[in-house]
Design a binder for this molecule. Structure first.
Ligand SMILES: *[C@@H]1O[C@H](CO)[C@@H](O)[C@H](O)[C@H]1NC(C)=O
Ligand SMILES: *[C@@H]1O[C@H](CO)[C@@H](O)[C@H](O)[C@H]1NC(C)=O
Ligand SMILES: *[C@@H]1O[C@H](CO)[C@@H](O)[C@H](O)[C@H]1NC(C)=O
Ligand SMILES: *[C@@H]1O[C@H](CO)[C@@H](O)[C@H](O)[C@H]1NC(C)=O
Ligand SMILES: *[C@@H]1O[C@H](CO)[C@@H](O)[C@H](O)[C@H]1NC(C)=O
Length: 261
């Protein structure tokens, strides 16, 4: 940032404010990710009267069986297990994320780059290899992931975005984005969402259930999601036609060369 002498003070104020608004997350290591939530067990022989059946609900135990599931109230949304009885609290239990009772775990990378977490806006994912587990980064307390900056932003500035699935399986957009979206799978009463991302220059179409790429000209262009394929743009009858092409085995697309090597 360049500051004229007169404006130095304001400029520095702005700079400091800016610096506090957006901060990077810290990478969670394997041991903190492995601490995943494990549901309690009414029949483990310890005579529990209630257990946590999920991060955000408890089950009452009777005669060693779980007889009724009760969701934790919004004021104390997290179930905390205990030696005898479980209780609802405003602190997430081990393995339960900081929001909505979601667990913190890595995702199987559907694309390269930074991806939001569909359920927990306090974490985000960095994907370095396709179809491998993401590195999970956690925002400091009071911060959430912002897709535009791809950093953590103060909760006082704007709000966190989470994927809201419907009652049936299908695709939903991630917040206002048309490039990031999620696949919601509803099966046996359990909803699982998978975050996905269209390549740069593409947006997700709810009509075709696919990413629609906008050609910037004729030629071959990189697929930012996957370097082993590329978009081929050509003109037919005055309009662009685009085809996603795969590189030969063990090669990646080099846009400067216009071919895979
Ligand atoms: C992993 O993270 C936990 C908690 O954040 C910390 O206590 C532990 O020392 C870390 N382990 C390694 C190997 O970095
Ligand atoms: C609960 O604990 C009992 C006794 O240890 C075990 O036999 C049973 O398989 C456990 N149930 C679950 C769902 O883990
Ligand atoms: C993320 O940051 C951008 C840039 O500052 C801002 O325009 C946008 O509103 C923020 N996103 C949300 C969901 O608040
Ligand atoms: C191009 O337009 C002509 C006339 O409208 C049509 O006959 C021809 O089939 C079109 N070609 C393609 C490849 O769509
Ligand atoms: C690609 O690389 C793999 C592993 O290095 C090798 O086994 C395979 O034969 C290669 N395929 C081609 C077509 O070169």
């Amino acid at each position: 940032m360049h500051c004229l002498p007169v404006l130095v003070f304001i400029c520095h104020l702005l700079y400091i404010t800016q610096a506090q608004i957006d901060v990077p997350g810290v990478r969670l290591n394997r041991s903190s990710l492995l601490r995943t939530f494990t549901p309690g067990n009414c029949s483990d022989g310890t005579g529990k009267t209630s257990i946590c059946s999920s991060c955000s609900s408890q089950s009452l135990c009777f005669g060693g069986n779980a007889i009724a599931e009760v969701a934790c109230p919004g004021s104390n949304p997290y179930c905390n297990p205990g030696n005898v009885e479980a209780r609802c609290s405003n602190l997430p239990a081990v393995g339960c994320g900081a929001t909505g009772g979601a667990q913190v775990s890595s995702i199987v990378c559907p694309a390269l780059g930074v991806l939001p977490d569909p359920a927990n806006c306090k974490v985000y994912h960095v994907c370095r290899n396709l179809q491998q587990n993401s590195d999970v980064y956690q925002c400091p307390p009071g911060y959430h992931f912002n897709l535009t900056t791809k950093w953590c932003r103060s909760d006082q500035v704007d709000q966190c975005v989470r994927v809201t699935c419907g009652t049936t399986s299908g695709f939903v957009y991630y917040g206002n984005s048309r490039q990031y979206f999620a696949l919601c799978v509803v099966a046996n009463g359990v909803t699982t969402s998978y975050i996905m991302k269209c390549p740069d220059r593409a947006t997700f179409s709810m009509t075709s259930n696919s990413c629609v790429y906008q050609c910037a000209g004729q030629g071959n262009f990189e697929n930012s999601n996957d370097p082993t394929s590329f978009y081929q743009c050509y003109v037919v009858n005055g309009s662009y036609v685009v085809a996603l092409q795969r590189c030969p085995a063990n090669t990646t697309f080099k846009e400067s060369l216009q071919y895979c090597s």
